[in-house]
Write a protein that binds this ligand. Structure first.
Ligand code: FE2
Ligand code: FE2
Length: 212
């Protein structure tokens, strides 16, 4: 297999980050789950609320992508690298579905995405460097927190927004699977203070990205 030097890695990094933030990333080509449900009629207020929630979910997927890319740079992961790459591709599906739904809701992705991308990338890279069991544990904990967060959004969405709901349902199933994969691969349970810090960070993200 080809060995990549430092410059190659920097170029790939720039390419990946731009694709995550702007588009053109590689997906699994699965069908958008929202295609199989009828387009809902929403009031202006419902539309705005759904857009705020979907903007948060889109930003979460940007963070997931950054986390996997940061981890891929520093972690060894000899046995599970393929599985992690598959998970990252599924995150790209989520990214595409949320972005498409935001356009349908006549809204936009968050202006803060580059900031959250950079932060999550750094965390992923540090977790990967600390050791595979911690970086996998970090992925598992992130995915668990995302599942809980998606459950709360499924309740908060406007009652008849079946399009957004179909997307979040499929995402929830995938995230649960990503968590299991990371744990089966040897992910360790993270210390409580780290879990709490992660929860706090995601609160800051959700509170800001809903609006911008
Ligand atoms: Fe995801
Ligand atoms: Fe995931």
């Amino acid at each position: 297999m080809r060995q990549f030097n430092f410059v190659d890695q920097l170029v790939m990094l720039a390419d990946n980050s731009l694709k995550t933030l702007i588009g053109g990333y590689q997906t699994t080509q699965r069908k958008n789950p929202a295609e199989s449900v009828e387009k809902p009629e929403l009031t202006k207020a419902e539309q705005k609320h759904a857009a705020g929630l979907m903007r948060i979910n889109h930003c979460g997927e940007v963070c997931a992508q950054a986390l996997y890319q940061g981890q891929a740079l520093t972690a060894r992961l000899p046995d599970v690298r393929d599985k992690m790459e598959e998970a990252a591709k599924e995150e790209n599906d989520h990214l595409a579905w949320c972005s498409h739904r935001l356009t349908e809701l006549d809204s936009h992705v968050s202006f803060l995405n580059p900031f959250w991308y950079a932060g999550s990338f750094a965390i992923g890279a540090v977790a990967g460097a600390v050791g595979d069991k911690w970086s996998l544990g970090f992925v598992a904990e992130t995915e668990h927190q995302v599942v809980r967060h998606l459950e709360s959004h499924l309740e908060k969405l406007p009652e008849n927004d079946e399009s957004s709901r179909a997307i979040l349902e499929q995402m929830k199933e995938d995230e649960q699977h990503h968590a299991t994969t990371a744990l089966d691969a040897g992910g360790a349970e993270l210390p409580e203070p780290i879990k709490k810090t992660m929860t706090l960070m995601s609160k800051v993200m959700t509170k800001t990205v809903y609006y911008v």
